[in-house]
Write a protein that binds this ligand. Structure first.
Ligand code: FUB
Length: 462
């Protein structure tokens, strides 16, 4: 059932619409994590013992860049939450471009946002194209709950022009706004304005000079085309992490300091360039239940247009000296996957010979299939939870290149079994009794031992 609730504020603040759809539950555990829409620039925050995800919401392009190419198009923000990093609830739309009093109503420019909690209020920071003048402003919308309803402030934050806000609530008691290519300024206690005592810079663009509030924390550091700053504090160190162009596309880099406003010292790469050329990356770093995670994006559901991106997660680790270990993107991701889920073995941990293809190239959200073209091809899916009661049967969603018989080898823990099944040229769900008991957390290996080319969409154990 879909409920639409309209909230209006008396004090000139704009109305924001929140849609709540109880059926909007997504179960993945693998990458990408959200499979019902594009989710770029994922900012993850822990509120009320859950992960709340505030991404920007790419849609197929409806606007063009100055060079005529299809451009980023984002008209609203959704918020998602999860307790286990596998089951995600889409709480619906929290802010739309039409609701922003100072924003251009048809700019489709609702780029990377952030949300922080202070004294029981949730402050959602978002960029939008300004209706009057040029460029981007950064707005604030306030709510009593992490999923809204959010009420937009009537004006953007004064003194701030730019994109990609991130707010650091530092242990010195201050809140710091980072934005654009690494600029940082202290916020007032009201979280909606810059503090009066911020330093000021004179910045030169061409032959014009501008006074800018705050400091450029990336001054002198590798920061070509830097954007998307994400700052956090851990073990007495401040970390300023940010995408920038090392060669041709963005990497995630980072710098450390003993002070929120720097000076920062460059330390290296958190994630290298995406191998497929996806130009942007954008991220957040969060500790949830004792484990650090990197949330980032990739264009997995849009292989031919890298401005339609999807959020992914990996575990992140620190070295004893506080530096960060480089993170490699995976398909397996971090969420617990139960054997009773539709186990998407195409999100493999290791692959040997098999190949991964999209199921439907007219609708990439249908996901992938694993193609076993020759005997011996296999994939390994790590950390599959078979639970305490051994499943009695296994179901394969499978097809082949002809009517045939295939022998599929499954191994997990002590069990190593070969299952013979009929394969048809159309997708079919084939159910087979499990000849051996498998329980507990196991790495599952699936391989073709005999038969012609087969494709598997998913496997589930009942
Ligand atoms: O999503 C639009 C822009 O692309 C973000 O604001 C940047 O950080 C980049 O990810």
């Amino acid at each position: 059932m879909k409920k639409t609730v309209l909230f209006a504020s008396v004090l000139m603040a704009a109305a924001c619409v929140q849609e709540q759809n109880d059926e909007n539950v997504i179960v993945t555990g693998t990458n990408p994590i959200i499979t019902n829409q594009f989710t770029a620039d994922p900012t993850a925050r822990v509120f009320e013992d859950k992960i709340y995800l505030y991404p920007s919401h790419d849609i197929p392009s409806v606007i063009t860049h100055f060079d005529g190419s299809a451009w980023f198009s984002m008209e609203d923000y959704h918020v998602f939450s999860s307790e286990d990093l596998t089951t995600w609830t889409d709480h619906g739309v929290i802010v739309r471009q039409e609701d922003v009093p100072w924003g251009k109503k048809d700019a489709y420019s609702m780029w990377a946002p952030d949300c922080v909690e202070k004294d029981g209020k949730y402050y959602f920071y978002f960029p939008d194209a300004v209706a009057e003048g040029r460029g981007f402003g950064i707005g604030v919308a306030v709510a009593d709950k992490p999923y809204g309803p959010f009420v937009c402030e009537p004006e953007p934050i004064k003194g701030v022009n730019g994109i990609d806000p991130c707010v650091l609530l530092a242990s010195d008691g201050n809140a710091y706004l980072f934005w654009g290519n690494g600029r940082c300024a202290k916020l007032k206690d009201n979280m909606k304005e810059l503090a009066e005592d911020n330093p000021r810079d004179t910045v030169r663009w061409g032959n014009r000079e501008f006074e800018m509030i705050g400091v450029n924390c990336l001054q002198g550091l590798p920061s070509r085309q830097a954007e998307g700053p994400f700052a956090f504090e851990y073990n007495g160190n401040y970390y300023l992490t940010y995408p920038y162009v090392r060669e041709n596309t963005e990497v995630l880099g980072y710098a450390m300091s003993k002070n929120p406003m720097g000076p920062y010292e460059y330390k290296g790469i958190i994630m290298a360039e995406h191998e497929n050329g996806c130009w942007t990356n954008h991220h957040s770093i969060v500790n949830y239940k004792g484990q650090w995670y990197l949330f980032y994006h990739h264009n997995a559901f849009s292989p031919h247009f890298d401005k339609n991106r999807s959020a992914q997660i990996e575990r992140l680790y620190f070295n004893p000296d506080g530096t960060i270990q480089e993170v490699k993107p995976t398909l397996r991701g971090v969420g617990p996957v139960k054997a009773g889920h539709k186990v998407q073995i195409d999100r493999y941990s290791e692959i040997d010979g098999a190949e991964i293809e999209y199921i439907d190239t007219t609708d990439y959200f249908k996901g992938w299939k694993t193609v076993f073209a020759k005997e011996g091809d296999s994939v390994l899916f790590k950390e599959l939870d078979f639970g305490r009661r051994a499943p009695k049967s296994v179901i394969f969603r499978i097809k082949g290149d002809s009517y045939s018989v295939a022998d599929i080898h499954l191994s997990a823990g002590d069990a190593s079994i070969i299952l013979r099944m009929d394969v048809t040229p159309e997708w079919n769900e084939v159910k087979i009794a499990m000849p051996k008991k498998i329980t507990g957390m196991q790495d599952l290996k699936v391989g073709l031992t005999q038969g012609s080319c087969i494709e598997i969409d998913w496997i589930t154990f009942k």
